[in-house]
Design a protein around this ligand. Structure first.
Ligand code: M6R
Length: 369
């Protein structure tokens, strides 16, 4: 059933282009229009929303962090992202005009379910982004947008994550469409860009042999750091989580801009540092700042593993290892930049002789609080 792959995780990584395509299928209409009939919230309800919370756990929470950048940019509605296990314990401000987006691959995560119940008790509208059809979370929500990733067996979420990110884009673009926002042109062209994502993911997957080799050389490390900025920051967190859960190696993700506020002290001779570089077309000078960060950590002895867009030659002088991803619009980049980090974690765990699909101490769905 692993379809010739050694691990379900490898099979599920390979299925990502199809999973992304299936999640988009039938939802991108003509002329950049989105068709999300399943979202059973009326246009008026969607227009009345004045605040969005995204609530989830683990990898799904990282998808939520990416959602914040996209939804705020496209809709101008303030978005807060919160861990489900923290959400209801701090008495968040919720009312009828709050949209709470809960994200869960399994639809059975107890922390997320309890957060959703709390939100509904407070009269907020709840939209679930979920993969498992008919599971508890979508059943208890006001509306649901299913990711069509197909069954995910490996404990580590891969295609679940990528399709959650895509579903979050759809939610953001749909809200923008219903509310009529000033970025209308940009929104239409982003819809075209979404159609390119499955091919872009395939392209990344086709170039993974050097990542496998690199993984073998990292298998005896005892710590790895991941840096990113803007949407690359949640990608760094996700890369670190994958490595922790699969390879049992200490890993931390940082916002690259925070390095100088403390974490740079961790870097010593040979410390492997993975840097997710934003597109050179990003707003402000974020790209240049991250390139400087690579330079800084390398000057302190780090072994730099750089994930950068094709054609970005600014990183060349500072990359000990370079992983190329196709040119992708800034907000959509996580769909391509996450993939090499999944492969890296999977291959490091495999080299260490670990059970990639069933890491110790973990369950596929966490049904206790
Ligand atoms: O099924 P869910 O999406 O609600 O699961 C949430 C987390 O437990 C899950 O993403 C977990 O972090 C994964 N094992 C990460 O790979």
């Amino acid at each position: 059933e692993k379809g010739g792959y050694d691990w379900f995780m490898l099979k599920e990584i390979a299925e990502q282009p199809q999973a992304v395509a299936d999640t988009l299928l039938g939802r991108l209409g003509e002329n950049g229009e989105l068709v999300l009939d399943e979202v059973r919230l009326s246009d008026q309800e969607l227009r009345d929303i004045d605040k969005v919370f995204v609530v989830a756990c683990g990898t799904a929470y990282h998808a939520g962090l990416i959602a914040k950048y996209a939804i705020e940019h496209w809709t101008r509605i303030p978005v807060e992202v919160e861990l489900a296990s923290e959400f209801r314990y701090r008495d968040p401000v919720l009312d009828r005009s709050t949209l709470v987006v809960v994200i869960s691959q399994s639809g059975e995560t107890m922390d997320t379910l309890m957060a959703l119940r709390h939100a509904r008790d407070q009269k907020a509208r709840v939209l679930a982004i979920c993969n498992a059809n008919g599971s508890t979370i979508p059943r208890e929500s006001d509306a649901v947008l299913y990711t069509h990733a197909g069954p995910e067996v490996a404990v580590a979420s891969t295609k679940g994550f990528l399709t959650q990110v895509v579903a979050c884009y759809l939610v953001g673009l749909f809200l923008a469409q219903v509310r009529g926002v000033k970025y209308a042109d940009e929104v239409a062209s982003i819809v075209d860009d979404l159609r390119e994502l499955p091919a872009a993911v395939s392209q990344v997957l086709a170039g993974m042999e050097p990542v496998r080799e690199l993984a073998r050389s990292l298998a005896t490390e005892d710590t790895l750091l991941f840096l990113g900025r803007h949407v690359g920051y949640p990608v760094a967190l996700e890369g670190a989580l994958k490595l922790k859960e699969l390879a049992y190696i200490h890993a931390e993700g940082f916002a690259a801009g925070e390095l100088k506020h403390g974490s740079i002290a961790l870097i010593g001779p040979g410390t492997p540092v993975v840097v997710v570089v934003p597109s050179p077309r990003s707003r402000g000078s974020v790209h240049g700042k991250v390139v400087s960060n690579i330079q800084e950590v390398r000057a302190r002895g780090a072994r730099t593993i750089v994930v950068a867009e094709e054609g970005d030659d600014d990183v060349l002088p500072y990359a000990d290892h370079l992983i190329r991803v196709p040119r992708t619009p800034t907000l959509l980049a996580p769909v391509v930049t996450t993939v090499p980090l999944q492969v890296l974690a999977c291959e490091i765990a495999d080299t260490r002789g670990l059970d990639v699909d069933q890491p110790r101490n973990l369950a596929k769905s966490v049904t206790v609080e």
